[in-house]
Design a protein around this ligand. Structure first.
Ligand code: A2P
Length: 280
């Protein structure tokens, strides 16, 4: 859990992060983040839209873990696009988290419905504010989430800083090969949210067979697959035993054949696979 990838600006990022999407605010978020920090996670992923930054921040403060040993990500919500709004949004998130800086600040979505007519300009303006936050060290790295190649192409026309990360829905059933290839070609790390397909991949027979073979759980096999692809998985759980289990993925290696078998599962869980319906 202390293994790191280097982002394109040299910042080190722990290779597994603790996901908090769909974790209710209050005691549940507080307890699960505290459990994650106790289990050894040093990378916590939240977002303004998850509504749990307060509790996440409180757990971080109470954990006793040194700030410099932690990697904290949050995200700018859809209502906060634009230069001034983006600056304010980061200030609000920092305040809720009780932090002076985040390690990574992401644009959550490239083109929410309300900005579909002018997403290009709004993303450019938002990015300018994020570049300033980066220069001021309020965000140690900046990036995007749910961006498809055309959104990145457009952003890169005006960006001075290349996004360090593109966080996408990425699991054996939904591999988004075009986005992953684009990220790789541009030195952008692919982070995987819902690396367990929001829990929908557990019933897949091939994964169950493989889990038995490696004497691991399906979750561990799938997280290992994510790591071996060079992705950064962000598993979410609110159960201490699962939170712990999801860290035990460094003591085995999937064979090339088994990696290929999992790659072949694309679409099998019936999750979103059509780029035009995932995001446009
Ligand atoms: P819970 O939070 O109740 O533990 P994803 O990270 O893809 O969004 O998936 C999260 C889902 O998978 C949640 O429903 C979570 O449930 C469940 N989950 C997380 N880790 C495990 C695990 N090791 N075994 C079984 N279910 C898990």
């Amino acid at each position: 859990l202390t293994d790191t990838y280097a982002l394109n600006n040299g910042t080190k990022i722990p290779v597994v992060g603790f996901g908090t999407w769909q974790t209710p605010d209050g005691q549940v978020a507080y307890d699960s983040v505290l459990a994650a920090l106790k289990a050894g996670y040093r990378h916590i992923d939240t977002a303004a839209a998850y509504g749990n930054e307060d509790s996440v921040g409180k757990a971080i403060a109470d954990s006793g873990v040194d700030r410099k040993d932690l990697f904290v990500t949050t995200k700018l919500w859809n209502a906060d696009h634009g230069y001034e709004a983006a600056k304010q949004a980061l200030a609000t998130s920092l305040d809720k988290l009780g932090l002076d800086y985040v390690d990574l600040y992401l644009i959550h979505w490239p083109n929410p419905a309300a900005m579909r007519d002018n997403w290009q300009q709004l993303n450019a303006d938002t990015w300018r504010a994020m570049e300033e936050a980066y220069a001021d060290r309020k965000a140690r790295a900046i990036g995007v989430s749910n961006f498809r190649p055309k959104h990145l192409d457009t952003l890169l026309e005006t960006a001075k800083v290349v996004p360090a990360v593109n966080q996408i829905f990425l699991n054996p059933s939904d591999m988004e090969p075009e986005v992953v290839a684009y990220n790789e070609a541009h030195g952008i790390l692919s982070e995987a949210y819902s690396p367990l397909g929001t829990g929908k991949i557990f019933g897949i027979t091939e994964l169950q067979t493989m889990a038995e073979k490696y004497d691991k759980s399906v979750a561990q096999v799938v997280l290992r697959w994510s790591l071996q692809h060079g992705f950064l998985p962000l598993p979410k759980s609110v159960h201490a035993d699962r939170i712990q289990q999801n860290t035990e993925i460094f003591d085995f290696e999937l064979s090339e054949d088994d990696m290929a078998t999992i790659d072949g599962l694309r679409g099998v869980a019936g999750l979103a696979n059509d780029p035009d319906t995932v995001n446009f």
